[in-house]
Design a protein around this ligand. Structure first.
Ligand SMILES: *Cc1c(COP(=O)(O)O)cnc(C)c1O
Length: 373
């Protein structure tokens, strides 16, 4: 699905030099490299505060911890996402309220969010799924109306830009009160291990979050709140500093690959290619996800495997059907779009080293399968 070796070879000299520097200075924790990455990422994102942390799941959890919520407070989030999004809600004894997604964009459905809001709702947690932005403008309007927070899960859309109806632009992850991202190796900006970051323009919240990531300490050995230990280490920061310079270039490569796939599939009625909200959204193609309308998706997965083509199914099971998150009051009929997507989606190899002949080979095999059934 990704070619991490090819990506390393392309920047090997720079990465090796950056690592050598870290080894020589031996500031492995909270060293100058982490500070440098924080500043570089603040510039890139156009956000006042970046708080680096250990991974994307922690980033979501710490962001929620910073909002001073109480047990039982409700967090409205999509049913169609990676489990980490609801995991942190549940861990903090908050209540995940799952809602259905839009069948075209796969993002939070704004009407469904509005219906789900109660007196206990404190947060809307949209996910910028597969590299495209959730409908931030209507979600922010809704949040303002009800006096609740918006926390963006931006693990999959680093570098994507959202355009408001007045023309104002902002990077995904910096639009709500707080945003979280992941530097898992396969993400658009991937470390050589785990990493994550939190974004906010709110000075007080940023101060609070910087303490929470560090055992609730704002002054050495004074623990004001219950915190966690969640740090980005200097080695990962050094690598991310190199790769951040290439993020826009990487995202362009993903877009080019997506256009080639789109072209190959343009005339097939058996497939739906990724929808693009051209007016207000850029798409950074964390995944290139097709919907299979003819033939069985799982048989296509097998067909591709038979031809040594890797693929992914994100996500095969709706969260409300997962044992850990099942809620007897939630019925399948509330989530028709999520349920259909879980049966129909397939993500093809998508990365920065994808060559045209590979895309042609992959698309030929997909078409060969759907044309036969
Ligand atoms: C990857 C991912 C996360 C978690 O990130 P980790 O760094 O692996 O903890 C959270 N949400 C979404 C949507 C993701 O894709």
């Amino acid at each position: 699905m990704v070619d991490l070796k090819g990506q390393y070879n392309f920047i090997k000299d720079e990465v090796d030099r950056a690592l050598e520097d870290v080894f020589q200075t031996t500031s492995f924790i909270n060293g100058p490299t982490v500070q440098e990455f924080q500043t570089n990422l603040e510039h890139y994102m156009g956000v006042k505060h970046v708080i680096p942390c250990a991974n994307g799941t922690d980033a979501l959890q710490i962001a929620l911890m910073g909002l001073s919520l109480s047990p039982g407070d409700e967090v409205v989030t999509p049913n169609f996402t990676f489990a980490a999004t609801v995991e942190v809600i549940a861990l903090l004894k908050l209540k995940p309220v799952l809602v259905d997604v839009d069948p075209k964009t796969f993002m939070l459905n704004v009407d469904a969010v509005e219906k789900a809001i109660t007196a206990k709702t404190k947060v809307i947690l949209p996910v910028h799924l597969f590299g495209q932005c959730a409908p931030m403008e209507p979600l922010l309007t809704l949040a303002q109306k009800h006096g609740i927070y918006v926390l963006e899960d931006n693990a999959q859309a680093l570098g994507a830009v959202y355009t408001f109806s007045n023309g104002k632009k902002a990077k995904a992850g910096t639009i709500g009160h707080v945003g979280a991202t992941s530097f898992f190796p396969s993400k658009n900006l991937g470390a050589f291990g785990d990493g994550g970051a939190i974004f906010t323009n709110d000075d007080a919240l940023a101060h609070s979050l910087r303490g929470i990531v560090n055992h609730g300490m704002y002054e050495r050995y004074h623990h004001d709140v219950v915190g966690v230990n969640s740090r980005l280490d200097s080695i990962q920061a050094a690598i991310l500093n190199v790769k951040l310079k290439y993020l826009d270039f990487y995202n362009e490569k993903r877009k080019t690959a997506a256009l080639h796939y789109n072209k190959a599939f343009a005339h097939s009625e058996a497939l739906i290619t990724p929808y693009r909200e051209a007016q207000c959204d850029s798409h950074v193609y964390h995944q290139y996800t097709l919907q299979i309308k003819k033939g069985n998706r799982d048989e296509l997965v097998q067909h591709l495997a038979d031809h040594n083509i890797p693929c992914g199914v994100y996500y095969p099971i709706p969260l409300h059907q997962q044992k850990a998150y099942a809620d007897p009051t939630e019925e399948d009929s509330s989530f028709p779009n999520t349920i259909q997507l879980c049966k129909e989606v397939i993500s093809l190899p998508m990365h920065t080293e994808l060559a045209l002949d590979q895309i042609e080979f992959i698309s030929k095999q997909v078409l060969c399968f759907v044309n036969k059934v």
